[in-house]
Design a protein around this ligand. Structure first.
Ligand code: DX5
Ligand code: ZN
Length: 227
């Protein structure tokens, strides 16, 4: 089936898998390798057990690159921090529907800050939870691992949500998938209708980053059937 409305494929390396002591160099390496944007994983030690980075690091990244920054907030209180990430230079801010703040309010707050809003859902969260939000977001992030750590195994059962959102609901906006995406799993994501493909280990862990990004893009484009 050809999905005519699917937006273009973007490859988004996840900074979480880069070497934080050489962040600037790694950002440039990912861009030279053909990355479209940088996926920035923010964890607060509450929504997920891990803690990663906050607005000061995003501000530093912003100074080091002009590429779009896709901030994935795995935090309990996105409403309290959206402004700080917007001011730090995020281009899109994605929050979790499972977070503690009212989702609609969070999305509207992000848009009021002039940023693209994304809503993420965990592997065990039904698609229905985000359907009432589609009029206030630009992107839906279908998590293909439970958030918290890089390098986990892709959960294929979530593909059904991506397929339903693209095909049955007819969502023409961005669908991002994140977690365990590599040369083997990327085709299924794109075939289901995802167009923003996050990859941490598969890009930053590759010996040849350019080859890794190229493989992801080629396999994704082939899988979506030229749509
Ligand atoms: C998981 C993060 C992902 C992760 C992806 O909590 O949201 O962005 O870093 O890493 P890989 O591609 O290694 O699964
Ligand atoms: Zn992420």
């Amino acid at each position: 089936v050809r999905v005519a409305a699917t937006p273009r494929i973007s490859i988004a390396p996840s900074l979480l898998s880069s070497d934080f002591s050489r962040l600037g160099e790694h950002l440039r390496a990912a861009e030279d390798a053909g990355a479209d944007l940088h996926h920035v994983d923010v964890m607060d030690g509450h929504f997920v057990p891990n803690i990663t980075l906050g607005p000061p690091v995003v501000a530093a990244i912003r100074k080091a690159t002009r590429a779009p920054l896709d901030c994935h907030l795995m935090i309990e209180r996105p409403l309290a921090y959206a402004k700080a990430f917007a001011e730090a230079g995020a281009d899109s801010i994605t929050f979790h529907v499972e977070a503690k703040d009212p989702a609609r309010e969070v999305a509207l707050a992000i848009r009021a800050l002039g940023k693209r809003a994304g809503v993420a859902l965990n592997p065990d969260t039904p698609l229905d939870r985000v359907l009432p939000l589609l009029d206030v977001v630009d992107m839906v992030l279908v998590m293909s691992v439970f958030p918290g750590f890089g390098g986990q195994k892709f959960i294929p059962e979530v593909l059904d949500k991506t397929r339903r959102l693209r095909r049955e609901v007819g969502w023409a906006g961005d669908i991002e998938m994140d977690g365990g995406i590599n040369g083997e799993t990327v085709a299924a994501c794109a075939a289901a209708g995802a167009n923003v493909l996050v990859a941490g280990t598969a890009v930053y862990g590759a010996k040849d980053m350019a080859a890794a990004v190229r493989t992801l893009r080629e396999r994704a484009e082939a899988a979506r059937g030229g749509a």
